[in-house]
Design a protein around this ligand. Structure first.
Ligand SMILES: [Ca+2]
Ligand SMILES: [Ca+2]
Ligand SMILES: [Ca+2]
Ligand SMILES: [Ca+2]
Length: 966
């Protein structure tokens, strides 16, 4: 019989790629062309899978041979490894090939589902045929037809059948048990398994006792196989006898316990302290359809039962089981599939997305659920099949396959591969096998066999709907080990291009991990060796002499060990002398495609290798430099007076009392408005200062690499204020810090704080014209007829700086009141106009203006002229004139630049005849105006102080015996 090995490169694709070969080397096992129409009835080829010696066994329970007298007898196919698709229908014993009649008994093998379940080891093959019908006549004209049986074959090395092939069936028991309520419809052989210790055959019958189900455990006998007609003596669970009826011992009135399907799946594993393997049995519809899994010893001892429970109604907990030691602690762990589990996640409900619960066995043999994998695809049925793959990548941990066969009703299917580890299953799949060409791909999974004998375990995946089994071959995993050697423990800085070629020699050796690794002669390993991986190309420090480059690519044929020598050199002018140089080696494996050999793959966890080489330093025995940097500063001027000078000088002194400081830098951040001019040093050290890129306020000064132990440098930083209106703060703050690249070195910081003086200083001087007159006090009549006199008081306002005055307010006052004792009807002064403002040295038109000022001070003036004995800007000015007794003005002076002056002139006419005889002429009389000036605004963003400057001017009227004009 020919089955095909086909290569369909387009059928499969895979996300990730470790370590099954996914495209070129899948083998497809298929049946011969069927005689029936496949769309109507499939042979169910691939319904079950097993490994026997060097063959894959494939169950096809609906298989129909055109040469057979029995309709759809079912079949088990043997496909020898590397057989180029040569598969054979497995022969069972001769009388098993036909319907058998013995006495009144009759075995009806039509539609018996031979191959619905399979288990095999090197000696035995067990194929379940759960619908085998054994018809019996009880001698009372009643005929019972009892279904269920398991065919057990014992084969020699050439897979020739032997006479020891036999059929087990409970229907061969005494006929009481043949009642369909008991073993009848029991579907005996629904699942089969083999345990190693003790050697037993486990057969499930989920249809027994109203589909409560049951388990049979039979000893395997080396010789003298139990005859088919021998009473069926296997222990059976659950079991008890009530009168002539036998019921399960845990029989209860709970109607849901009927139809619970005990034995839907079976597995064996060691879950207690004894060395014997226990039996794991699933009951997917127990507990009101939540399902359970029972673990019991191989004798089916009721007292040994432990139970794991499902959680969700209808999830089909235990539809699949897988015993595997995931974390390699020597204790079997257990995966339980629940493919109809409804996943609720992120507000979405995904019916039948499926779930797998992972139980780990503790050293006390408890099973603890620590991990869960949930499906993400509605209807995908994750966990429909599970498989222990063995250790497919030889990392010491067994690996797992979980199928998701029915995405979009099976038109899309996936098998996820998970790697074991000491911490349990790594929940991110290492590989996802995916197809849209094989409907329901992942119905059954079988691992732990080496189809191509390359030392790596392979995987069989079936698609029953397309009657296909795909063999997916494992790629050998190449673990590369790298060793680097160099002739000097660190790279000397003086090992430059012009130095001796041998000043730094590097040897790269590559080893293959596995002595038995079967590398192909066509396999080429390539490595890319990158020097100074952490630096940009422009900053790289280390180079190959042969190419002047810092990267080297090398191809070489595989062998156990290979070494390459390189001579390296350092760049002349290296900035970073501290950070070690990181070497990185990246490996790539390339293999020529060969249809007969599965190419190797690199272990992704060690395809990259990193290595650090230090640079030689002068840091004592420990080669660790600990600098001790100190920073002192001074500045000129002490106070920055805006407008007086543009320059600001910063003096910075850095000393190092520790070991060498590498790549030492001083950073100075200037305040807004201060600009960098230049820098210099009086020390015999190269100083290089510049503004940092993309900054006009941060100066970076390189003090040396290294800045040597006991080094000292005095730096002068010249700065200027070119536009003082840009100054925004008072004081100006200069932030200064010093850093080095040494590990754990501290940043040394200090600030220079420079107060700002900003308010302009005004000088206010007044001149009276005339300054003095003398009246003849002896002749009252002369005074009475003296002409009135014009008097002019001129105030000069001068801005001494340091800044312009943007707006200045000047208040002026004239006395105009009558003098007591004189003619009250006439004020002393008349003809008073608004003050006039005269710009002395500023040709630009300014908006100066004056108004009459209404004083609000309600203060009765004193006309006492005593105490006013000299004119002085500093002396306190008595307020002798307010309100209606005075004439007050306010003037607003527009911008008054530094060094400029403005004149404010008051004019009035004095009535001299007011000084008649009633007036006390024993003392001179002062006719006094006064003025005060205040800068209200300066052209800066900082605030100014608002001090007031005052001046007074007066005409002194004296009285002499003779009338005399001065
Ligand atoms: Ca045990
Ligand atoms: Ca374990
Ligand atoms: Ca592994
Ligand atoms: Ca293999």
């Amino acid at each position: 019989m020919l089955l095909f090995i086909l290569i369909f490169s387009s059928l499969f694709y895979s996300l990730y790629s470790f370590n099954y070969q996914t495209v070129e080397h899948w083998r497809y096992l298929r049946q011969e062309q069927p005689t029936y129409t496949p769309s109507k009835l499939s042979s169910y080829f691939g319904y079950s899978l097993a490994i026997h010696r060097s063959s894959v066994l494939i169950g096809a329970p609906r298989d129909h041979s055109p040469y057979d007298t029995i309709t759809r007898r079912g079949a088990v196919w043997k496909c020898k490894f590397q057989s180029d698709g040569q598969c054979q229908r497995l022969p069972f014993r001769r009388d098993g090939e036909a319907n058998v009649r013995v006495g009144t008994s009759f075995d009806n093998k039509t539609d018996q589902w031979l191959g619905a379940s399979l288990a095999a080891n090197n000696d035995n093959i067990i194929a379940g045929s759960p619908f085998l019908k054994h018809r019996i006549n009880d001698g009372h004209s009643l005929e019972y037809e009892i279904p269920g049986g398991a065919t057990i074959g014992k084969y020699d090395r050439s897979l020739a059948m032997t006479d020891s092939t036999t059929i087990y069936s409970p229907s061969f028991l005494n006929w009481h048990s043949r009642n369909y309520n008991q073993e009848g419809y029991g579907e005996f052989g629904f699942q089969v398994a083999l345990s190693k210790r003790p050697e037993r055959i486990i057969i499930s019958a989920p249809g027994s006792f109203y589909f409560r189900g049951g388990i049979h455990s039979l000893p395997i006998l080396e010789h003298n196989w139990i005859d088919t007609r021998h009473p069926f003596i296997a222990p059976h669970y659950p079991w008890r006898e009530v009168g002539w009826l036998r019921y399960p011992t845990n029989y209860s009135a709970n109607e849901y316990d009927d139809w619970c399907y005990r034995g839907y799946a079976v597995a064996v594993g060691n879950f207690n302290e004894d060395d014997n393997q226990e039996i794991v049995v699933s009951i997917p519809k127990l507990h009101n359809y939540r399902g359970a899994v029972e673990i019991m010893n191989s004798n089916l001892d009721e007292n040994s039962i432990r139970t794991l429970n499902g959680t969700q109604i209808g999830e089909y907990f235990g539809a699949s089981l897988c015993v595997i030691d995931i974390n390699n602690d020597g204790l079997d762990d257990l995966l339980v599939g629940a493919p109809l589990y409804t996943v609720k996640k992120d507000g979405r409900i995904l019916p039948d997305a499926g779930r797998v619960d992972i139980y780990y066995q503790t050293s006390e043999h408890n099973l603890i659920k620590k991990q869960t994998i949930e499906g993400t695809r509605e209807g995908g049925r994750l966990g429909h099949a599970l498989a222990n793959l063995g250790d497919i990548d030889k990392d010491g941990y067994n690996d797992v396959a979980i199928s998701i066969p029915f995405i979009n009703s099976g038109s899309s299917s996936m098998v996820h591969i998970y790697r074991g580890s000491k911490d349990g299953l790594i929940l991110k799949p290492s590989q996802i096998l995916q197809t849209t060409s094989l409907n329901g791909f992942g119905w059954a999974l079988q691992g732990q066999f080496d189809y191509d004998n390359n030392g790596y375990l392979d995987l069989a995946v079936s698609s029953v709907r397309t009657e296909t089994v795909a063999i997916i071959l494992s790629r050998p995993v190449l673990h590369v080990q790298t060793k680097l050697q160099h002739n000097s423990p660190s790279i000397p800085l003086n090992c430059t291009l012009h130095s001796d070629n041998s000043c730094f020699l590097l040897t790269v050796c590559i080893y293959l991990n596995e002595q038995n690794y079967q590398y192909s002669k066509s396999d080429t390993l390539t490595y890319e060796l990158q020097l100074d991986k952490d630096k940009n190309p422009a900053d790289q420090r280390l180079f190959f002499r042969e190419s002047f480059k810092s990267i080297k690519k090398r191809h070489f044929k595989m062998s156990d060990r290979i070494c390459h020598d390189y001579s390296l050199y350092m760049k002349d002018d290296v900035n970073d002398k501290l950070k070690p140089i990181r070497l990185q080696i990246n490996y790539v494996l390339s293999s020529k495609l060969d249809a007969n050999i599965v190419p190797s793959i690199l272990d992704p966890t060690n395809s990259t290798f990193d290595y650090n080489i230090p640079i030689q330093k002068d840091c004592g025995y420990d080669d660790i430099c600990i600098p001790n940097l100190h920073l002192t500063t001074s500045n000129w001027p002490d106070i920055y007076k805006i407008g007086l000078t543009k320059k600001i000088l910063l003096n910075i002194n850095v000393t190092n009392t520790g070991e060498n400081a590498y790549d030492t830098k001083c950073l100075i951040q200037l305040p807004v408005g201060v600009e960098y001019v230049n820098s210099n040093t009086s020390s015999k050290v190269n100083l290089y200062c510049n503004l940092m890129k993309q900054s006009d306020r941060i100066i970076i000064c390189h003090l040396g690499n290294p800045f040597l132990a006991n080094g000292n440098i005095a730096i002068q930083i010249h700065t200027a204020v070119n536009n003082y209106s840009a100054i925004q703060t008072d004081p100006l703050i200069f932030l200064i810090n010093v850093t080095s690249d040494n590990p754990d070195s501290k940043i040394i910081t200090t600030d220079i704080i420079l107060p700002v003086s900003s308010s302009p200083e005004l000088v206010f001087i007044g001149v009276a014209k005339p300054e003095q007159i003398a009246l003849d006090s002896t002749d009252n009549n002369v005074i009475k007829h003296t002409n009135d006199l014009e008097i002019v008081h001129t105030y000069t306002l001068h801005n001494k700086g340091p800044s312009d005055a943007k707006r200045t307010e000047v208040k002026l006052m004239w006395p105009m009141l009558p003098i007591s004792g004189f003619n009250d009807q006439q004020p002393l002064l008349y003809g008073i106009h608004l003050p006039s403002i005269i710009r002395v040295s500023d040709p630009k038109a300014k908006i100066d203006r004056c108004h009459i000022y209404q004083s609000t001070i309600n203060h009765v003036p004193s006309m006492d002229n005593a105490g006013i004995n000299h004119r002085s800007q500093e002396s306190s000015i008595p307020s002798y004139c307010h309100g209606p007794l005075c004439k007050s003005f306010i003037c607003y002076i527009d911008t008054l630049p530094i060094g400029h002056s403005v004149l404010i002139q008051l004019k009035a006419i004095l009535r001299l005849n007011q000084f008649q005889s009633k007036f006390d002429r024993s003392k001179p009389f002062l006719i006094m105006s006064n003025a005060s000036a205040q800068v209200r605004e300066i052209p800066l963003k900082i605030s100014s102080n608002k001090s007031t400057t005052q001046a007074i001017v007066y005409l002194k009227v004296c009285f002499y015996p003779k009338r005399t004009h001065i």
